[in-house]
Design a protein around this ligand. Structure first.
Ligand code: FES
Length: 598
């Protein structure tokens, strides 16, 4: 089902016969019939109140009940169109003989949530998980699109393991500024750095604001949202050829309609995430991410998702599995183009065709066909955007590298395709700040003692420390450096960075400083060495000296951690090398039906 044939249905529109085969914890038949199939008081209660929604009395006679989980929120602008998209899913569900129920969950919008939307990913996943478990649902379509909403929904649904199909919201139109294309996030960094360096005015910046997000949809660079959308498709959880379709492209509405039909069939086939999200599917996701020049955030999200479904996936896999994968998609921030050009060039189907046997082609997908069958016959229409293997954007060896050493014993990552080649092996003096705020307060000081060979380190911005591990690893360069015309320096932190960012930036240092990792012990003036070819990140400080420093160290006080969600989060979040999930959410809860209350 490539983007080119979304117009043909290929579906039988009659209600599907439901298979009773399988290992369902609620017994034989539809899970929803535990609620609706009872002729007595309990069934009366369940059916009667739903009649207030105008449903005929035969609605619940053996039809699959499909949840449509919607991360729509006016606080999540990238998901603002998902209410409308849900209507198309519903049409498909009704048409195939199912019964759709749309429901909201916690949402997590990247641009607004402080300190970071990442703090809400696990809450959103837990919200979805419990909503699915507690309601009479046989399958679910997930509507997501912003950076954290997609992984959150996949994590929650994977833990429950009902038949699940993801539809992401699609990218917005290209930004257009004074005759040039500008990309979400990527151009924000460029505009604001140019402004700080005095190269453009505040009016220029204000004008650019209105030119960037000029339609519905998620960020149109290969940032985290586009990355997670495409990677999810290659892992088998989205309809093929749909991840890169524009938010306002009518083919996306068609895809939503087809998703509604298909989820009803998936219920009949008992096709659940546990059958799709295999180790091979994760390998496809990791490898596709490298070919896309995708976000470092995918590392954290896929590690967390793998732990939900019990697949062995390690941080080192993100380095070792991609050593034969070149960057093929010429997309910002690593390249030149945006998602509109990617889709027009052939999109996810075209890239899959280019990768060929570099992806496992026999992995199952939501279509019921294998990944290879899904993309049979796909073509590329513009080889400037989706490059051939023999003429890549970056050759093999430019994927995400995993670094270790006495500064990051459990690992750190660097996105090589977004880094400066001359800095990949570099020793310099460490300049260390204990908080982002402290760094920002000093970064523009004309008397700051800094030069381009120094290594900037900001700590206590990890999962526990900030909390939530915000996207601040690409901290802005000191004004003095920018004014000297220098656009990159080695930066190290326990934070993440936006998938739309670029630079020689070492991220996800684990264990983080707030958890007592050695990053907490490095001091200004220490010599630090980044050696990407040898996968090393170290400080030239003796073990004895580090022990002396450790004896003087105490954990920082984390604002807001005394109550509520942030308390629960900081007490239970696992480190970046394990995906930043909560320890008690790893694994599956399952779809067993709870006891009745009346
Ligand atoms: Fe939501 Fe970029 S801010 S996708």
């Amino acid at each position: 089902m490539s983007a080119e044939n979304l117009g043909s249905t290929g579906f039988d529109e009659r209600p599907v016969p439901f298979s009773t085969a399988g290992d369902r914890p609620w017994g034989e038949g539809l899970r929803s019939q535990v609620w609706f199939g009872d002729p007595g008081k309990t069934g009366f209660m369940h059916r009667s109140w739903l009649r207030s929604e105008g449903l005929p009395d035969d609605t619940f006679e053996g039809r699959p009940v499909i949840g449509i989980a919607n991360s729509w929120s006016e606080l999540t602008s990238c998901n603002i169109h998902l209410r409308a998209l849900a209507e198309h899913v519903k049409r498909g569900v009704w048409q195939a003989g199912g019964v759709p129920f749309e429901f909201p969950t916690t949402s997590a919008g990247e641009p607004l949530v402080r300190p970071t939307a990442m703090l809400l990913r696990n809450l959103m996943a837990m919200d979805l998980e419990e909503t699915l478990r507690m309601n009479p649902l046989d399958g679910v379509v997930l509507l997501a699109g912003c950076d954290k909403t997609t992984p959150a929904y996949l994590m929650g649904a994977a833990s429950v393991d009902l038949p699940t199909l993801l539809i992401t919201g699609g990218p917005m139109l290209n930004g257009k500024y004074r005759g040039t294309d500008i990309g979400s996030g990527t151009s924000v960094w460029r505009f604001t750095e140019a402004y700080r360096a005095g190269q453009i005015t505040a009016d220029d910046v204000r004008e650019a604001e209105g030119c960037m997000a000029r339609s519905q949809g998620h960020c149109m660079t290969m940032g985290t949202a586009s990355t997670m959308a495409c990677v999810s498709e290659y892992m088998g959880m989205q309809l093929p050829g749909t991840a890169a379709l524009g938010a306002n492209d009518s083919r996306r509405a068609t895809a939503a309609h087809l998703a509604g039909r298909r989820i009803v069939e998936m219920v009949a086939e008992d096709l659940r995430p546990s059958k799709i999200l295999t180790r091979a599917a994760f390998e496809n996701g990791v490898r596709a991410n490298a070919a896309l020049g995708g976000s470092t955030n995918a590392v954290i999200h896929l590690l967390a998702l793998a732990r939900r479904v019990g697949v062995e996936l390690t941080l080192d896999d993100f380095d070792e599995l991609v050593r034969d994968i070149p960057v093929l998609a010429d997309l910002m921030p690593s390249g030149r183009f945006l998602m509109e050009e990617f889709q027009d060039a052939g999109g996810t189907a075209g890239l899959a065709a280019t990768l060929g046997e570099l992806l496992h082609r026999d992995t199952p997908t939501v279509t019921g066909r294998t990944l290879g069958e899904n993309y049979d016959g796909a073509e590329v229409w513009d080889r400037e955007v989706i490059r051939p293997l023999e003429n890549p954007v970056k050759p093999v060896g430019w994927g995400i590298a995993v670094l270790r050493g006495n500064l990051a014993p459990r690992g750190a990552v660097i996105k090589q395709s977004a880094a400066k080649p001359e800095l990949m092996t570099h020793t310099g003096r460490a300049l260390v700040w204990d908080s982002l705020q402290q760094y920002l307060a000093e970064a523009d000081d004309p008397d700051l003692d800094v030069d381009a060979s120094d290594i900037l380190i900001v700590r206590n911005v990890g999962p526990k420390g900030y909390p939530g591990m915000p996207e601040v690893g690409n901290m802005p360069l000191p004004r003095k450096i920018l004014e000297a015309g220098i656009l990159d320096m080695v930066r190290i932190s326990d934070a993440r960075m936006s998938g739309t960012s670029y630079g020689t930036i070492v991220l996800h240092v684990a264990p983080e400083a707030a958890a007592g990792g050695p990053l907490a012990l490095v001091r200004t003036g220490d010599r630090v060495t980044l050696d990407v070819p040898n996968r090393s990140l170290s400080m030239d400080v003796s073990d004895d000296e580090l022990e002396r420093r450790r004896a003087q160290w105490s954990a920082p006080v984390v604002a807001g951690a005394e109550r509520g969600w942030i308390k629960l989060y900081t007490e239970h979040v696992v480190q970046a090398d394990e995906g930043c999930d909560l320890d008690f959410l790893q694994g599956r809860s399952g779809a067993a039906v709870g006891p009745q209350a009346f």
